[in-house]
Design a protein around this ligand. Structure first.
Ligand code: CTP
Ligand code: CA
Length: 232
């Protein structure tokens, strides 16, 4: 799908997209997960390939056909996703974190299936996962200050908010320090598992683009427009 006016504007660029939702193992058969079909991330990968980019897609637990022309790295947990994204980001012009990364993981993973006994179950202690997006931003800042190779020029985060979408989005953009934040509106048959999305893309330079409800490819193309603009 090549759109008029966009053509191959990402030719020669390497972009990294994370998609899906991580799973944090409790035991060999159970996990704590995040609700994400991977549809938006896969749409981002497909549209980037169509626009000429070299695409690395880090996919967490996605049951969708492989996008042709993208390099796919499959991961399960947040820690695996972190490794894959940070490694791919070394050579990337842009990173788009569309994946739903679990904020917490069980402190310990049982090697054997936890059995039901007559006693009440043990509580599961959780620990924090690293924030991959924040790490990408911090790493780039540190490298810029050290005068070394700068790393990805454009870093894009996603946020799914249920209320006060704009205020929460602006605050999250500030906190995360990324260049663009795609704020999804969740609810009313939008967001998870649906082919359509509605979003507001907030830019660190104060800009804001509203993307009306439509196919996830359309939102993906707007995101790449904003990325391409920033890559110059
Ligand atoms: N993210 C990440 N690593 C995490 C958690 C989130 O890289 N451990 C990324 C997501 O991929 C997304 C962005 O950060 O691009 C925002 O995720 P979100 O869950 O909305 O933000 P949080 O800072 O985790 O805030 P909240 O408390 O609202 O969940
Ligand atoms: Ca979170």
């Amino acid at each position: 799908r090549v759109l008029a006016g966009r053509g191959t504007d990402l030719a020669g660029r390497h972009v990294v997209v994370s998609a899906g939702g991580t799973r944090e193992a409790i035991d060999p058969v159970r996990f704590i997960g995040n609700r994400s079909s991977g549809l938006q991330g896969y749409a981002l990968a497909r549209t980037a390939v169509a626009r000429g980019a070299e695409v690395t897609l880090v996919a967490a637990n996605v049951a969708l056909p492989d996008p042709a022309g993208a390099k796919i790295v499959r991961v399960e947990s947040a820690l695996e996703l972190r490794e894959a994204v940070l490694a791919a980001a070394e050579q990337a012009d842009a990173v788009v974190m569309a994946a739903a990364v679990a904020d917490f993981r069980p402190e310990r993973r049982s090697d054997v299936k936890i059995k039901k006994t007559s006693a009440e179950p043990e509580p599961i202690r959780l620990v924090k996962n690293p924030d991959v997006l924040a790490e990408l931003v911090a790493q780039r800042r540190a490298r810029r200050e050290a005068g070394g190779p700068a790393g990805p020029r454009v870093i894009v985060g996603f946020a799914a908010e249920t209320d006060d979408v704009l205020a929460n989005g602006r605050a999250k953009l500030e906190r995360k320090g990324c260049d663009l934040l795609v704020v999804n509106q969740v609810g009313e048959n939008l967001g998870f598992g649906t082919p359509d999305n509605a979003a507001v893309v907030l830019a660190a330079d104060g800009g804001m683009v509203e993307v009306p409800r439509g196919p996830k490819e359309d939102l993906a193309d707007v995101i790449w427009d904003l990325v391409a603009e920033r890559l110059g």
